[in-house]
Design a protein around this ligand. Structure first.
Ligand code: GDP
Ligand code: ZN
Length: 352
């Protein structure tokens, strides 16, 4: 008899149980870490990391929609916003006991050029555009390829729709609509389309990306009216890496009370009806650093059926004879602009 296939939910339950027993085994063997309460802890619950500090983290209690400051053991040092954890409540702080494997993560290079994850378990990337500043197709493609490479669903959000649309913009948006990417027209200013955008992010973890000035901060404020107050309680033991507004000024603020770097200054903001948005300057710039040319090509959805059909295995799709992509451009099934974006992205990668 064929093995019964486990449902996603069953798999998740088993994984969580495995994580829990592993955490319990770790706890039995490990000496008490300094400052961590060993007794008087509540029952284990699940939660999501909202903000990571040097030696603690804010965890969202999903059922209650509240945030709790928690310590964590040294073996959980890689926690970032969006990580799903098991934790136990305590006084004054709780303790994170285990972290679930990440289904994906967005990376950016740190000061030393080493890639660091800045957000985990993203369900949807909203690429924000606006009539002004004028959108660049290459930048949109860059975000789409990065999303495809991580297997994360993406959508296009045209903000400032109160400004009207030019013919060029309409053509640009049509390109992506034809490729199958969902498109929403919104205005953070008038509130148009905000309910639809909120609905598309409901019970999901999303990020907003896009060039500076398109209205990402305005959209976060429109979607999450209390975003500015969703920061964890201050404490003498751990100073939050920075307030949200000073992130903006500093680019990447990540100094802590101890003067050590944390991996990111990302924060998960909770949407009123469940789900959330993770934001930080690092996420807004997330990119393609870890990809090779083949992965970039696979990130262009309409190239996929053509890949492997060029005459030369190492075809660069520039001027080689019998190139399936060049042929598709000539036939009109692939846009020249998209092939141009591909070349630009590959050139950028090899320059790194
Ligand atoms: P960010 O850099 O992507 O975070 O963009 P901001 O949220 O800071 O917005 C940039 C500018 O666009 C600000 O002056 C906003 O007031 C303006 N803006 C944001 N959303 C809208 C909108 O829907 N319509 C109009 N007309 N302006 C907007
Ligand atoms: Zn080719």
């Amino acid at each position: 008899m064929a093995k019964r296939k486990l449902t996603v939910q069953q798999q998740r339950r088993i994984r969580l149980q495995q994580d829990r027993s592993r955490a319990q085994a770790d706890n039995r063997g490990a000496p008490a870490a300094a400052g961590l309460p060993e007794s008087g802890l509540g029952a284990e619950q699940t939660g999501v990391v909202a903000v990571r500090y040097a030696d603690s983290a804010d965890v969202v209690i999903e059922a209650a929609g509240e945030v709790r400051r928690c310590h964590f053991r040294a073996n959980l040092d890689s926690l970032i916003a969006g990580d799903r954890v098991a934790w136990r409540d305590g006084d004054p702080w709780g303790v994170i006991t285990a972290v679930q494997p990440r289904k994906n993560h967005l990376d950016r290079p740190d000061n030393l050029g080493k890639l660091r994850p800045v957000a985990a378990n993203i369900d949807r990337i909203a690429i924000v555009l606006a009539p002004q500043p004028q959108p660049h197709a290459n930048l949109i493609d860059r975000y789409l390829v990065a999303s495809e490479a991580q297997g994360i669903a993406s959508m296009l959000v045209l903000n400032k729709c109160d400004m009207g649309e030019t013919e060029d913009l309409r053509r640009l948006l049509d390109t992506y609509g034809q490729l199958g990417y969902p498109l929403l027209f919104v205005s953070a200013k008038t509130g148009a389309g905000i309910a639809q955008l909120a609905a598309s992010l409901q019970h999901k973890t999303g990020v907003l990306v896009g060039q500076s000035g398109v209205g990402k901060s305005s959209l976060i404020n429109a979607l999450i009216p209390d975003a500015d107050t969703q920061t964890g309680p201050l404490s003498t033991k751990a100073t939050p890496v920075a307030s949200r507004s000073s992130h903006r000024e500093q680019g990447t603020a990540r100094y802590t009370a101890k003067g050590t770097h944390t991996t990111s200054a990302s924060q998960l903001f909770r949407l009123p009806g469940g789900g959330g948005l993770i934001d930080s300057p690092g996420i807004r710039e997330f990119g393609l650093w870890h990809l090779d040319a083949a992965q970039v090509a696979a990130g262009f959805v309409e190239f996929r059926p053509l890949l492997g059909h060029c005459k030369f295995r190492d075809c660069q799709h520039r001027s080689e004879p019998e190139c399936a992509l060049i042929a598709a451009v000539k036939e009109g099934t692939v846009r020249a602009q998209r092939l141009g974006s591909y070349h630009a992205l590959v050139a950028e990668l090899s320059a790194h």
